[in-house]
Design a protein around this ligand. Sequence first.
Ligand code: G
Ligand code: G
Ligand code: MN
Length: 426
Amino acid sequence: MSPPIRWQAFVDGLRAEVGAAREGGRVLAVMLVDIRRFGIHNYRLGFEQGERIVAETLTRLTGGLKKASALERIAPGRMAAIIPDVAVPELLSVGAERLSRSLAEPIGLGDEQVAIDASLGVSIFPDHGERPESLLSEAELALEQAEHAASPYHVASRADSARRLEAWHMEKDLDRAMLEDDLVLHYQPQVSLKQRRVCGAEALMRWTKDSRVLRPDQFIPLAESTGVIHGLTEWAVHTALREMAGLLIDHPQLSVAVNVSASSVYDPSLLLSVESALAIWDIPPACLVIEVTESSLMRNPELGFRNLAQMRQMGVRVAIDDFGTGFSSLSYFKSIPADEIKIDQSFVRNMSLNAGDAHLVEAIIGLSHSFGLTVVAEGVEDRETLEMLRAMGCDQVQGYFLSHPLELDRFGDWVAGVGDRELPVP
Ligand code: G
Ligand code: G
Ligand code: MN
């Protein structure tokens, strides 16, 4: 039952195959497959079930890798394959994607369905190395990249080493920015339409670098493709809670929403850092909202849902951001572990001009309410849109019509200014 670990056999096989590929002028690929948190599966389910997870993963790989000449378990939660003759290297990522989809299907162990998070890393001979050592280390780096990024697989490329260097510099710059307060959060108010009061804020990251203000779109993607994002997410959670702690004394109804990237949704340490940040800043869990985009859950819904469900068990609220753009199936509504739906700006922006958008927004509000979810409309830029949303029964609004994202002090002033009276919302 227990698949043997055959590291040396794999390396010997790889050496022979690389020699043959060189002789024959062929392209060869090495694929590493890693079951993330394999140790945790063992701990939770027992060694025997852990072995069954590996056996099932190997079975699925065998089914998906018809052209592989070797497929071995090389470490407890890790497998490796050799594809000795790759006709079209560009198609490797198509294959990797198909494989990772099959690995994301839950595994039935007795009465339990277990979702595993497997990452694939691929390197190619001769592009990424001539020796087994370099091919394996490039595949290892590709695996690391896949684990960091919002993608379950990564095929090594020549651009990788340049990006690694860039990310390394960025990590240094960001460390300094955190220390010197060049990295800050701005807060965009969110208003409850029923209570006509400010009910919270979304925290949005800003980085002042060489006297230019960078928006998240300009640095989050690189941070996401490396491990840097995890430190950033942790910083954002801590900073938002620390900065909100003061405001909560006078305005206990406020919540703060922190955006969490796809890769952090699957990062087991997110739960722990949220838990400790809440304890350190002594904030009730319900005052924190974790925003995840709909599309980030599609990589592995099973696992993403489980992590978010644990977040909610702690009392933290979960919001699905950019809702409507992720093409998720409507059946998700039945099981999505969320408290809030944030309707994407693209539907809200034109709803006063475009009847189709207005119908969509109204339908999302109705559907969300029937599942007990709170609805926030983003990107509200004018009174007319706000009035329509109110008539549709939308719970909360956020957008330039009420306020742009504000520096902490200005957000405090804004709350103090509007906090005691009803807002000028219809
Ligand atoms: O205003 P704005 O440019 O801040 O935001 C652009 C995008 O960046 C939004 O999609 C938002 O969700 C994202 N974003 C803003 N702050 C953060 C953050 O702290 N972490 C992550 N992962 N994304 C953020
Ligand atoms: O993806 P997310 O929903 O987190 O993105 C929030 C982004 O929307 C931020 O970049 C924020 O600055 C921006 N934003 C907030 N309100 C408005 C608005 O009313 N109009 C437009 N165009 N953008 C907005
Ligand atoms: Mn958001």
